[in-house]
Design a protein around this ligand. Structure first.
Ligand code: CUA
Length: 291
């Protein structure tokens, strides 16, 4: 892209000088009337032939650069699906089992990663400004984005296509780490949920199952296998809650469970505002412990 940019910038500067030089010549150096034949040749040559040759050359050069821009890397594939209003993220390591997570993306620095973008219902647009341009997520087809992060750090991504009431409430973080840290993180994500530690967390897990939360959410290693909402197997370790709109922590868990409909209008998560504070606290304690 930089190569194409500098080529076009240089070419444009050259042509600009040529046009201004011609204008200067015609108005200042030889301001008299000009030879008609020479004028016709100038128009045909500079107005028709030159743009034809220059633009055709640029098109061919640009097309030749495109395959390298879209070529996949050494195999890590990440599927991201725009949901009502959150992000389903599935890591597909080469030759391994897929690992499901949500609402954040981790990438190894210096590696080419292919992202497959989709949506089950409406159009979203996947956009992480510091990493790449926006790519639409269109129901019924899969779009691709190939990324190669060049520095570590945490970058904010958003949905860049109006997709309904909570369009502005579906953000995510992209964390770029060293490849070894990424591999360790992915291995940990592939594990089942840790067993609850302590009475409060145990009560939280029991409540989660009794309230039917498992109809929408999956927690690997338990009976919860729902596919409608985000996979919660390691939700306590995520950088944020409710798709980038709340800090992760037991207070935020309790607030979200009790008031999901108010916090994210139109979300498919119902508000469990009938739960007594003690039960909310237990649920929050268990979810927070899912590291
Ligand atoms: Cu999804 Cu806007």
């Amino acid at each position: 892209m930089a190569e194409l940019f500098w080529l076009m910038a240089g070419g444009a500067a050259l042509l600009w000088l040529l046009v201004l030089g011609t204008a200067f010549h015609a108005t200042r150096i030889r301001p008299r009337s000009h030879d008609e034949r020479a004028g016709r040749w100038l128009i045909l040559g500079g107005g028709v032939a030159l743009p034809l040759v220059v633009l055709t050359g640029l098109l061919v050069h640009g097309l030749a650069l495109m395959p390298a821009l879209r070529a996949a890397g050494d195999g890590l594939l990440i599927r991201v699906s725009g949901e009502q209003w959150w992000w389903r993220v599935t890591y597909q390591p080469p030759g391994g089992e897929p690992v499901e997570a949500a609402n954040e993306i981790r990438l190894p620095v210096g590696r080419r990663v292919e992202l497959e973008l989709s949506s089950p219902d409406v159009i979203h647009s996947f956009w992480v400004p510091p990493l790449a341009g926006k790519v639409d997520m269109i129901p019924g087809r899969t779009t691709r984005l190939v990324l190669e992060p060049t520095r570590t750090g945490t970058f904010r991504g958003v949905c860049a296509e109006f997709c309904g009431a909570s369009h502005a409430l579906m953000a995510f973080m992209v964390e770029v780490t060293e490849p070894a840290a990424f591999e360790a993180w992915l291995d940990a994500q592939a594990e089942a949920a840790v067993p609850p530690a302590g009475a409060l967390a145990r009560q939280g897990r029991k409540l989660f199952m009794e309230l039917g939360c498992g109809a929408c959410h999956a927690v690997r290693g338990t009976g919860a296998k729902g596919r409608i909402g985000p996979d919660l197997t390691h939700v306590g370790s995520r950088l944020s809650l409710a798709a980038g709109i709340m800090p992760n922590g037991h207070k935020a868990f309790a607030r979200w469970i009790a008031g999901a409909e108010a916090i994210k209008p139109g979300s498919r998560m119902p508000s469990y505002d009938m739960l007594p504070p003690r039960e909310l606290e237990a649920l929050a304690a268990w979810l927070e412990s899912l590291q």
